[in-house]
Design a protein around this ligand. Structure first.
Ligand code: PMP
Length: 275
């Protein structure tokens, strides 16, 4: 297995990370995950742009150009002979003795590796159970930072209740899930939280909205309260790996179930066509 560290393609066991990398002490970095589909990086430009935007919001300098990054990612996929799977990559602010105050002169650190595809077929077909809990995260969830403690805590909580994903609400408003966005369907209209500072604007989310509108669905990007879940016809989550995955049941602060409905199924087909 080969990975990329800065500009080098190396066997994983030859790579090492400096102890003083700010990513290690502070989670001071940003990342992306792209789906590799038939050897191609799906929605590559959108993911690279989001990485640039996240880095900019944190004043993290890019280690090299976007073109170079793209070239490195393709070389990584080829070197690992990957046809289908995921590529993970991150940029951390760089190396300096531990100090909350960051300097602006650091050379940022680039790391990338591939992961085999997750088995999502069953989830996509039969849906998943989700756990409803409080959104305990900070107020800049629009930044795709590697600092994910709020997300990992609720993911563990969900798994401990036999749920595959945690969906979160902030003061009674559904925001998103621990590693995916949330959509509801009511009377063939789609509802999802707007792309504000309270959610990560998923690339999958954006593509779903585009496809849905193209096929004549109305999409309402407005905050909705937890109680609306109980009256929805269908619900699903979305991310790069799961694409569109139906929610079968909600547990936790509210209990309700959903059928795998016609709108979700239709959008799954239309999304696959995009790929
Ligand atoms: N929200 C959160 C909190 C996430 O971690 C992710 C996945 N990284 C998403 C939404 C979905 O984003 P995408 O569709 O770009 O994978």
């Amino acid at each position: 297995e080969y990975i990329i560290q800065n500009e080098l393609l190396l066997p994983k066991k030859e790579a090492s990370i400096p102890l003083d990398d700010r990513g290690y002490y502070f989670g001071d970095g940003v990342y992306e995950v792209i789906k590799v589909y038939n050897g191609q990086l799906f929605a590559k430009d959108e993911h690279l742009q989001r990485l640039v935007d996240s880095a900019k919001k944190l004043e993290i300098p890019l280690p090299f150009s976007i073109e170079k990054m793209e070239e490195l990612l393709y070389s990584l996929v080829e070197k690992n002979s990957m046809q289908n799977g995921l590529v993970y990559f991150q940029i951390t602010r760089g190396v300096e003795p531990r100090n909350h105050l960051y300097s602006r002169e650091l050379k940022s650190t680039f790391t990338a590796f591939v992961q085999p595809p997750q088995d999502v077929e069953d989830a996509q077909k039969n849906g998943v159970n989700v756990w409803l809990t409080d959104d305990i995260r900070w107020l800049r969830c629009d930044i795709k930072t590697i600092n994910l403690l709020g997300n990992v805590m609720v993911k563990r909580e969900a798994a401990d209740h036999h749920c595959q994903e945690a969906i979160m609400h902030r003061n009674g408003t559904i925001t998103e899930a621990s590693s995916s966005n949330v959509f509801l369907v009511k009377d063939k209209i789609l509802y999802t939280h707007p792309a504000t500072n309270l959610i990560l604007n998923g690339i999958t989310r954006q593509l779903i909205i585009k496809v849905a509108k193209k096929y004549g669905y109305e999409v309402v990007e407005e905050p909705f309260p937890v109680e609306v879940l109980e009256h929805a016809d269908e619900a699903f989550i979305s991310n790069t790996s799961l694409e569109i995955t139906p929610i079968k049941a909600v547990y936790g602060q509210l209990t309700t179930t959903f059928p795998i409905g016609p709108v979700t199924k239709d959008l799954q087909i239309k999304f696959k066509e995009l790929m």
